[in-house]
Design a protein. Structure first.
Length: 558
């Protein structure tokens, strides 16, 4: 007790920060990766809850809800003018059993100075005093929480601050050691004990006072935390101090993930960037890490991995990305980037990875699409190619070499092929469509009724052809064609369910290919003719033609 001599303290900060207790957040979502957000206060104790005019020992105090914190201390710190919660609003007469030896009013001045320092009312502010009218012994617990303080999860970066005051600094200095408690483990919050006598934020009416913030955040493993303070000073000459405004701040950086593009073509690279953003105090955060398991089908290229993070290490495989590193003091953010792609069209949602010392990010989504190939589709009911005079396609429908989806149709009631015969009603259609996944399909169909050619040598009630070229989700093109005949006869012989490219010879007249199919455009399309008649003199008659393909160059029209 009395006046104290000075020694040097490593960490002393000036003006106090007033904060309120905030509910822990399980998954903060930050709007702007790279923009620091304020820390979250997970615990704040000012020893004001339920206080009145009568002082009380800290072991009899219960803090505000929801934690309703209570405290314990070594018996040596509950006697000899220690462990009392005091203020100037209390009587200047020390309470029974305080054993302050006439220094009660001086102890009250510690609370007043702390109140003024924090911008509050010096007359009503409360603090916990340790005025040591007897030798307490070294490194005993001066105050410790008894109720677990819940965190938003495990593996959080926590920092600690406290307002502390001392009087009589010509005597022995207090050596206040604060710890974050995780079960049996106690993590120091300072590299050296707090000594308000050295470099205080202010000296108020003979009291040295300041706000003291831990040297660096601790990566705290548990999901709940406690606070313990021991005093390394055993001397009763001097060693007169008080504490107030204990705060635990969650300063866990935010992890965000973004794709460089909302959509891309399959097998094209897209950058997946992870941004680790510091909290606004910009303290160093050492030892964070995360592992991101990619959704099935999304593949990473480990050779493209880069990072701007201090000590950053990226461990990548085609299916997962692991990153560890640090944020240095004053650093706003850092990034890790890797190229990803997908061979199959679809929407890929990359959600929460396993994190240590980071706030989990929201999901990021990228869509991979097949190439936007050109549509080419054509259909007609019939045409004639002759050495002298031909007949142009009848009732043509055409969607010609365009990336734009569309439909073209045509109808005629009947048609004449001079000297060769006649055709009844014709209906044709050519189209290009895109489904919800961006997959493209080109198709064409033609139906020709009442076919009568070559003086009745070739007749049919109806001939229908269909041609289709379609993308699958891997960007491959599949083609199909079909011919349906109704009551088809060639030279009086019925033709039922003709196989592709069925040849029939009409003696002295020519030949017929039924269900003629031709692969076109390097396998990207197909052409189908219900009938292809070739006369001996070189005339070609085509009935019910359908042709479809995807991509460029587009084939000639059949």
């Amino acid at each position: 007790m009395g006046k104290t001599r000075s020694s040097r303290l490593t960490i002393v900060l000036g003006a106090a920060v007033v904060a309120t207790l905030a509910a822990p957040l399980s998954s903060p979502v930050f709007a702007d990766p790279g923009v620091p957000q304020a820390p979250t206060v997970v615990f704040a104790e000012g020893f004001e809850f339920g206080q009145g005019a009568t002082p009380q020992l800290v072991t009899g105090y219960t803090g505000p809800p929801p934690v309703s914190q209570q405290y314990t201390a070594d018996p040596a710190w509950l006697t000899a003018c220690n462990g009392w919660i005091t203020s100037l609003q209390n009587s200047p007469v020390e309470p029974p059993g305080a054993a302050c030896g006439g220094f009660w009013t001086q102890a009250q001045q510690l609370s007043a100075a702390l109140g003024q320092w924090a911008g509050g009312d010096a007359a009503t502010n409360h603090s916990v005093i340790g005025y040591t009218s007897a030798n307490p012994g070294p490194d005993k617990v001066q105050i410790e929480t008894t109720q677990p303080i819940p965190l938003s999860g495990a593996s959080r970066f926590l920092t600690f601050s406290v307002d502390a005051a001392a009087r009589g600094c010509q005597g022995s200095h207090p050596r206040l050691k604060f710890y974050l408690v995780d079960g049996p483990a106690a993590i120091p919050t300072f590299s050296s004990p707090i000594d308000p006598c050295v470099n205080p934020g202010a000296v108020i009416n003979g009291t040295s006072v300041g706000t003291y913030v831990s040297n660096s955040p601790a990566l705290f493993a548990g999901s709940s935390v406690g606070v313990r303070m021991v005093n390394g000073q055993s001397d009763s000459y001097g060693n007169d101090s008080a504490i107030d405004n204990i705060k635990i701040l969650d300063v866990t950086p935010q992890l965000d993930k973004t794709f460089s593009a909302a959509s891309a073509t399959i097998n094209s690279p897209v950058a997946l960037t992870f941004t680790v953003t510091n909290t606004s105090e910009l303290a160093a955060k050492t030892g964070w890490s995360f592992t991101d398991t990619l959704p099935a089908g999304l593949v990473a290229d480990p050779s493209t991995a880069t990072t701007t993070c201090d000590g950053g290490v990226i461990t990548a495989s085609p299916t997962a990305v692991g990153v560890s590193g640090n944020l240095t003091t004053g650093q706003t953010s850092c990034t890790a980037t890797i190229q990803v792609t997908a061979a199959q069209a679809g929407t890929y949602t990359n959600c929460v990875p396993d994190v240590v010392g980071l706030n989990v990010p929201g999901c990021a989504t990228v869509q991979f699409k097949v190439p936007a190939l050109a549509f080419d589709a054509h259909a007609h009911g019939g045409k004639v190619i002759a050495p002298l005079i031909g007949v142009a396609p009848i009732a043509p429908s055409d969607l010609t070499c365009t990336a734009t989806p569309g439909v073209d149709t045509d109808r005629v009631l009947n048609a004449s092929l001079p000297t060769l015969g006649s055709l009844g009603a014709i209906h044709t259609n050519a189209s290009g469509t895109v489904d919800s996944q961006g997959l493209r399909t080109a198709s064409a169909n033609s139906t020709t009724a009442q076919v009568n050619l070559l003086g009745g040598l070739v007749t049919a009630d109806a001939l229908t052809t269909t041609a289709t070229a379609a993308q699958d989700s891997f960007g491959q093109i599949t083609t199909s064609g079909s011919t349906v005949v109704t009551n088809l006869k060639v030279a009086g012989v019925p033709v039922l369910n003709p196989t592709p490219n069925l040849p029939i010879v009409i003696p002295l007249v020519g030949s017929v290919i039924v269900n003629e199919r031709t692969t076109i455009a390097g396998g990207r399309g197909v052409s189908v003719n219900a009938l292809h008649i070739t006369l001996l003199q070189g005339t070609h008659i085509v009935v019910s033609h359908a042709q479809a393909s995807l991509g460029t160059p587009c084939p000639p029209v059949g």
